[in-house]
Design a protein around this ligand. Structure first.
Ligand SMILES: N[C@@H](CCC(=O)N[C@@H](CS)C(=O)NCC(=O)O)C(=O)O
Length: 210
């Protein structure tokens, strides 16, 4: 069975959502990042980068949430269009997520909540960038139902992970009507709700890093 090493985090939940959407069975193993289990030897042997999520499928180890989403979509032929023009829209959003949205949200949250000392310039820089990205996607969603067009794809799953945890960087969708409409629609999907429940349950689960 597919194994997923994860926690209740923005990047982890994406993998669980994809697996639930695709109807694939998986064994979810808790790596408690609040206790630093992602830096323990057993886990680093799996992912030298020391971060969740990691997926293991029949001995194949896949790291990086965007790569895992592509792997699962290609394995099943779902959630990623085969038509070249539609497919590249999904990849645009995945790369945009990994290089822009995810670092902006993560760093805005770090400088707002976790930095050992206040760093106002860094906090402002990443918060401003995160707001700019929200505005950009809100405009996109005025003209299309989902992030990469009219179909729900792994691009939506990627962005949803961080939007689900938007309180960490102190962001809201209050002034973003198109983004709010998209978020509510994705959050209401039964597979998304099952995935969130499963990763949230890891917080209480006994540690099992690898
Ligand atoms: N680019 C990676 C980022 C993974 C990542 O930052 N994971 C976080 C949790 S969402 C983590 O493991 N943080 C603990 C750490 O960095 O030590 C991906 O998309 O999978």
């Amino acid at each position: 069975m597919i194994e997923v090493h994860a926690f209740a985090t923005p990047n982890s939940v994406k993998v669980s959502i994809a697996l639930e959407e695709l109807g694939l069975a998986y064994d979810l193993k808790a790596v408690n990042v609040r206790k630093g289990e992602q830096k323990e030897a057993a886990f680093v042997a799996l992912n030298p980068n020391g971060k969740v999520p990691v997926l293991v499928d029949d001995g194949l180890v896949v790291t990086e949430s965007a790569a895992i989403l592509v792997y699962l979509a290609e394995k099943t032929g779902k959630l990623l269009p085969s038509d070249a023009a539609a497919r590249i829209r999904v990849f645009e959003q995945l790369f945009f997520h990994a290089s822009a949205l995810s670092p902006a949200f993560g760093n805005a949250g770090f400088f707002k909540r976790s930095s050992p000392e206040p760093q106002p310039i860094a906090e402002a820089r990443f918060s401003t960038e995160a707001e700019r990205i929200l505005r950009l996607l809100d405009v996109k969603l005025a003209d299309q139902a989902f992030m990469a067009g009219e179909a729900f794809t792994i691009a939506d799953i990627a962005h949803f992970g961080w939007l689900w945890r938007r309180q960490f960087p102190g962001l809201t969708l209050d002034e973003r009507p198109n983004f709010s409409r998209w978020y509510e629609e994705v959050a209401a999907r039964p597979a998304v709700q099952r995935a969130i429940a499963r990763v949230e349950a890891l917080v209480e689960a006994p540690a099992s890093a690898a």
